[in-house]
Design a protein around this ligand. Structure first.
Ligand code: 26W
Length: 765
């Protein structure tokens, strides 16, 4: 297809200019509109289908940059590239376009992969969430410390959204009433006629802003209302894994679910089915507890429509399913009863009715929703939901055996596992076109929508020609990444170095600190000659810290300071480089995961529910150095334990060690480790008087829970394994590991996850 003419016409329509006059933003908007034009019929047909649908309710959708992914899935990339070439325009120019970062990390990116997979597989799954005015903050470093800046993602326009004023809803709090305006995005599957919808709600003033009244100072009340209303969807909370208990966050959660449920009910009513049958047509997946207020809100709305409480509850039982994404106590949401009473009294009334049922039918010391004046959102979700699932085998087992043990004993059939996945379209086809081409030349292209086919590559892993090609492709990807890092972070990484990568949110349990310690250990070892023949390695980090997370920010400063030490050492910098890339995001990840040689997945066993970056690396042919945590376990099972670098304490051993853990004693018996840890306090590294390094030191050795995440306990095992991986690097056996991992990644397609959800939980056609 030649799109030249359509591009010209759209440019005239939108901007009244010639294509050659257009800037990048204008071009981006026009190409996006072209995609919208081409998808509109399929989108309309999917939307109108009168079939059972599932709503994926989520406070986060980390969709990233859409233009390339949409072109790919529409199979338009080549044609658009050629059409633009007529105007001497390069498609790569859109790399400036901002990511839509409407999510924090794993949970939000998972939601985006799931929507893409459902559309690809033809499953009617629509997303409902929040249209944040500002997404996850942008990160830069000032003297090595994280600095946050607002993410004004809309400055590029929002060409993939359609605002639908006609579907506006009113959301009421006890003290304010706001308008919820939906913005719809088409969710485009790969080569698929099914185009689902991501509906994101924006809050606006209920009354139109009255300028005249405002001028006269008569209606300043209106101005204030507008300000308050807009505030609800102003910004994504940047905390990942800690519950804050803020009123504004409560408003966001209620705003999103109330608007979405009203919407679903209004649409259902036009269909003339009995309201009692609604669960046959519409169900919901709760992405963690953030949207769990949907349960009491649905109870309230259904009763308003005339159903009895019991009828409404029965519908809720059939409608809601709940996914848990973390076992960390501090992340589990518990809203104070007084807060609900103050802002959402009618919702609280429904919650109390549920608690009454528990009081009347169950042992309420074991089972409760309200306790100590807190509403336990996970318990609410489990009590009502039809199915509850964890996100990797080991995680689901921990939920059953520990976190929700009593509930599991009560409702064993409610609990399911659905191991997470990633979409192979964005995370292989799009980000690694050369490897994609090579795989297609071996086994055809069916694997793109059926990743099981990828296992056919296994018969080529010892084929020298394929291995050489893989090396060349990896080398090319490393060059692209190295150039990008040089441009954005001003550090030059030679491409013949091993690229050892840890990218994910910064959290103590993920143990970036363990990685940092290992680098210092290697640095000292090279200097004193105790580590010989270390193969040149670049340690690459990418991570955002929650702005208020003191210890995570301290660790960022520590790693940046180690980077300065190492990179400025005239001798060692010939062998080691350390870089902490600024503003790690989806687009950066696309460049990183295809260029990595080693994937760091080193959380303390039992803490990482699943992880999904581990899957992205695997699919791009990168072995894992990791603990037996989350989906690492399944990765090692699929690829074979010998093809990855597994180390450290397992879940059982962690519990055992914690019984009487003495990190102080451990250090005294390990002088080399002691030297590394003391870099925090002996003046080797300078935290510019902030005291943050001493705080890290204290977290390891002093206080109630010293070294809570067993960094020191796992250190020896980690360093030993890391040195083995280093020695393997560059040899044929290493590349065999790369290829075996890639060829064994089928299980981690989000297509498989979505089909599992459908088979075990949703039962959609
Ligand atoms: C209330 C504050 C808050 C915000 C976000 C609490 C918890 C969260 C998320 C549950 C954190 C999260 O993203 N969890 C990650 O979910 C991924 C997708 O299932 C998993 O792969 C990660 O292991 C898990 O940490």
């Amino acid at each position: 297809m030649d799109y030249t003419k359509e591009i010209e016409e759209l440019m005239r329509l939108e901007y009244q200019i010639d294509v050659k006059e257009a800037n990048v933003k204008q071009l981006y908007n026009v190409i996006s509109k072209l995609i919208m034009l081409k998808v509109s019929n399929d989108w309309h047909n999917t939307r109108c289908a009168d079939i059972k649908k599932c709503g994926y309710l989520s406070a986060e959708f980390l969709i990233g940059r859409l233009v390339y992914a949409n072109l790919l899935n529409m199979k338009m990339t080549e044609d658009v590239k050629n059409s633009l070439a007529n105007f001497h325009i390069d498609l790569n120019e859109f790399e400036e376009v901002e990511d839509a970062a409407l999510g924090n990390g794993g949970l939000g990116r998972l939601a985006a992969c799931f929507l893409e997979s459902a559309a690809t597989k033809g499953i009617p799954l629509d997303g409902y969430g929040i249209r944040y005015r500002f997404g996850l903050f942008k990160q830069n470093f000032i003297n090595g410390f994280q600095n946050e800046e607002a993410d004004d993602w809309l400055k590029w326009g929002d060409p993939f959204s359609i605002r639908r004023d006609e579907d506006a809803r009113i959301v009421e709090f006890s003290d304010m009433k706001v308008k919820a305006i939906p913005y719809d995005m088409p969710v485009i599957g790969y080569d698929s006629k099914v185009v689902n919808t991501l509906r994101l709600w924006q809050s606006e003033a209920y009354e139109d802003f009255d300028f005249k009244a405002f001028d006269n100072m008569q209606g300043s009340e209106n101005a204030i209302n507008e300000y308050n209303a807009k505030e609800i969807t102003a910004v994504l909370y940047p905390n990942d894994n800690t519950y804050l208990g803020k009123v504004l966050r409560l408003r966001q959660e209620y705003f999103m679910v109330s608007a979405s449920l009203q919407d679903v009910l209004a649409k259902y009513k036009t269909k003339k089915h009995s309201l009692k049958d609604i669960a046959k047509y519409q169900i919901f997946q709760l992405n963690d507890t953030h949207p769990t207020l949907a349960i009491p809100e649905y109870l309230r709305l259904l009763q308003k429509e005339g159903l009895s409480f019991n009828e409404a509850l029965e519908i809720c039982h059939q409608s809601f399913n709940f996914t848990n994404h973390t076992i960390m106590g501090e992340a589990l949401e518990k809203w104070p009863v007084e807060m609900l009473e103050k802002y959402l009294p009618d919702v609280l009334t429904e919650i109390i009715k549920l608690q009454d049922i528990i009081d009347n039918t169950l042992d309420n010391t074991k089972y409760y929703i309200i306790k100590d004046n807190l509403v336990h959102m996970a318990n609410l979700a489990i009590f009502v939901a039809a199915k509850v699932n964890g996100v990797a085998e080991i995680h689901t087992n921990i939920l059953k055996a520990d976190t929700f043990k009593d509930w599991y004993n009560l409702y064993p059939d409610k609990f399911e596992n659905v191991t997470n996945g990633i979409t192979p379209r964005r995370w292989l086809v799009l980000n690694n076109p050369n490897l994609t081409k090579e795989i297609c030349s071996l086994i055809g292209d069916k694997w793109i929508c059926n990743l099981d086919e990828l296992s056919k590559v296994k018969s080529y892993v010892t084929d020298k020609r394929f291995l050489e090609k893989f090396k060349i492709i990896k080398q090319k990807n490393k060059k692209i990444l190295s150039d990008y890092i040089y441009k954005h972070d001003n550090i030059l990484i030679p491409t013949d170095f091993m690229f050892d990568v840890q990218v994910k949110r910064l959290h103590e349990y993920k143990r970036q600190l363990l990685n940092a310690f290992s680098i210092l250990y290697i640095y000292y070892g090279i200097k004193d000659g105790s580590i010989k023949n270390f193969k040149p390695t670049a340690f690459i980090f990418g991570a955002k810290s929650a702005p208020g997370y003191y210890m995570a920010k301290a660790i960022i400063k520590y790693i940046n300071t180690i980077a300065d030490l190492v990179n400025n050492d005239p001798e060692v910098s010939k062998i080691l480089k350390v870089v902490f890339v600024a503003n790690y995001n989806v687009s950066y990840a696309e460049k990183i995961v295809c260029a990595a040689d080693l994937s760091e997945q080193i959380s303390m066993a039992g803490m990482e529910a699943s992880g999904t970056s581990n899957m992205k690396f695997m699919l791009n042919g990168t072995p894992t150095i990791g603990t037996l945590d989350g989906a690492n376990v399944e990765i090692a099972e699929e690829a074979g334990f010998n093809y990855n670098y597994i180390f450290g304490l397992n879940v059982r051993e962690v519990a055992k060690v914690k019984e009487n853990y003495n990190p102080y004693e451990l250090l005294e018996n390990n002088p080399k480790l002691k030297r590394v840890v003391e870099s925090l306090i002996d003046g080797t590294l300078n935290d510019l008087g902030s005291g943050v390094f001493k705080a890290i030191y204290d977290s390891l050795l002093n206080g109630n829970n010293p070294d809570n995440y067993l960094v020191l306990a796992d250190f020896d095992s980690y360093i030993k394994t890391k040195l083995i991986a280093n020695q393997d690097y560059g040899r044929d056996i290493f590349y065999e590991k790369c290829l075996i991992n890639m060829a064994s990644a089928a299980k981690f397609s989000s297509d498989r996850s979505i089909l599992d959800y459908n088979k075990l939980i949703w039962h959609l056609k």
